[in-house]
Design a protein around this ligand. Sequence first.
Ligand SMILES: *Cc1c(COP(=O)(O)O)cnc(C)c1O
Length: 231
Amino acid sequence: MLIGPQNFAVRLRDIRDRIARAAKSAGRDPASITLVAVGKTHPAALLRTAATAGVTDFGENYLQEAAGKLDLLADLPLRWHYIGRLQANKTRAIATRFDWVHGVDRADIARRLSEQRSPHAPPLNVCIQVALAAETNKGGIPPAGVADLAASTAQLPRLRLRGLMCLPPPQADPARQRPVFAAMRALLQELNARGLALDTLSMGMSEDFEAAIAEGATMVRIGSALFGPRQ
Ligand SMILES: *Cc1c(COP(=O)(O)O)cnc(C)c1O
């Protein structure tokens, strides 16, 4: 099924309502939560529809696919989030073209991103990806390594360490993700108690974003609930 502008507007309104309701029932300001629209596999034209409807932040997983869309949408003032796996040979293009990188899980990748970020661009916003559940092949650093990686990343001149990201395996009952999201929040508080000033918890996707908001998510990454099933 093709999603047209009116159809998309209805979906977006529904998602924004759900974000606002989840925020309110957690005693939080809905404005403190950024919707990152995840467009992987979807064409630039659909992303343009989303931008026209007011979406400002877009997430992409695959560099080559993303590069084409960034070119086609270069006339729009959008923020681009790289949310895929990071490979050393792709860091230059990512550091050049994106505003945020969510999946930093190694010191050498962080160093490359900093070295390759243009001195004329604002610092690249980054999150450290934490593997809290048993994510086998999705990347992320175990919680025990986060403090060291955060401390070294925060020193890099062309990066701005913003917070933590997670990508736990899906649960049939989203309430079962709550402990993972709660542990992320505790980890962020621990880092801030050690002197960092982190403001971002990137967690929650189509199936579990309300549970993530209940535990303090400040960025939810939503794909299929907005754009429909991936091709
Ligand atoms: C694909 C993807 C999403 C969005 O997933 P949906 O379940 O479609 O909302 C969010 N985050 C990451 C890292 C992804 O790869």
